[in-house]
Write a protein that binds this ligand. Structure first.
Ligand code: NAP
Length: 261
């Protein structure tokens, strides 16, 4: 199926690793002009080299910390200047610290809010006019199955991401009919983030070793394995494209069956 994404301009926030990079990979394969951003220079170089090695669209990598409103504004304006517009946004983020209420302080809460919620608020604000101008503009937000069924030990994610879904649902109505806004809900995918959570589980003593911690994630997934980032990326490419032209305000699990409801 042709997704008609050739030469469409897509920004992938936090797109140099894991799920963001998987989305960028799927979009480049569809011929889109993809701008990925993140903070670390080496990660940006590696992602650029990797994406350029894939047959398909053009790629740019731009340094941007998505917890800084000014840097998001610059990313949007520079993308418009160099590519000519913005048709789609795919919004990933970094992960927030694991832990329960007793392990988190105010700073953790405010930082998680800036990273997960305000980054999206600032991006919508800066990009809205260009997305409205585009025929078939869309925003696809990467969240987590934690928005539907909280995950033990990930209190920040469980709490703040629910607010992100409220923002997705509100923006879908406010930006309709010009821009579609959707969320995907991944379970556990094979990325550096899941390894970070496994290392943390072993360090904090909730699991005796890596194997047990990994088994805990996988046992909760009926398809009995971690997802591959491009399996999420391919779903994001469809949601991003006009092929999903009647889909907005949707929260789509891509979870190997983890969610029970
Ligand atoms: N992997 C999973 O199984 C899974 C499941 C459900 C939800 N999630 C969530 O999905 C998101 C992505 O996860 P992932 O597995 O792709 O993580 P990852 O592999 O660790 O990648 C995180 C990406 O975010 C970038 N980043 C972090 N902070 C940033 C900032 N302030 N500004 C700009 N870029 C930033 C990182 O690059 P720099 O360090 O260079 O900035 C990196 O490219 C996370 O919120 C995670 O909690 C993941």
């Amino acid at each position: 199926m042709d997704l008609h994404l050739r030469d469409r301009s897509v920004i992938v926030l936090a797109g140099t690793s894991g799920l963001g990079l998987g989305a960028a990979e799927s979009l480049v394969k569809e011929g889109a002009t993809v701008t990925v951003c993140s903070r670390d220079g080496q990660r940006l170089d590696d992602a650029l080299r990797h994406l350029e090695s894939i047959d398909g669209g053009d790629v740019r990598a731009v340094r941007c910390d998505i917890t800084d409103r000014k840097q998001i504004g610059r990313l949007i304006e520079e993308t418009v200047e160099s590519v000519g517009g913005i048709d789609h946004i795919v919004a990933s983020t970094g992960g927030v610290p694991p832990g329960g209420l007793d392990e988190l302080d105010d700073r953790d809460w405010y930082q998680a809010y800036d990273l997960l919620m305000m980054s999206l608020v600032w991006t919508i604000d800066a990009a809205k006019a260009y997305l409205i101008e585009s025929p078939g503009g869309s925003i696809t937000v990467i969240t987590s199955t934690s928005v539907r069924e909280p995950i033990v030990g990930l209190t920040l994610s469980n709490a703040v991401r629910r607010g992100v879904i409220g923002l997705v649902k509100s923006a879908a109505r406010e930006l309709a009919p010009d821009v579609r806004v959707n969320a995907v809900l991944p379970s556990a995918f094979d990325t550096p983030r899941i390894q970070e959570l496994i290392d943390n589980a072993v360090e904090s003593g909730t699991h005796p070793d890596e194997e047990t911690a990994m088994a805990d994630w996988i046992d909760d997934i009926p398809l009995n394995r971690l997802g591959r980032p491009t399996e999420l990326g391919d779903m994001i490419a469809v949601l991003t494209s006009d092929r999903a032209g009647f889909v907005t305000g949707a929260c789509l699990p891509v979870d190997g069956g983890r969610l029970r409801s």
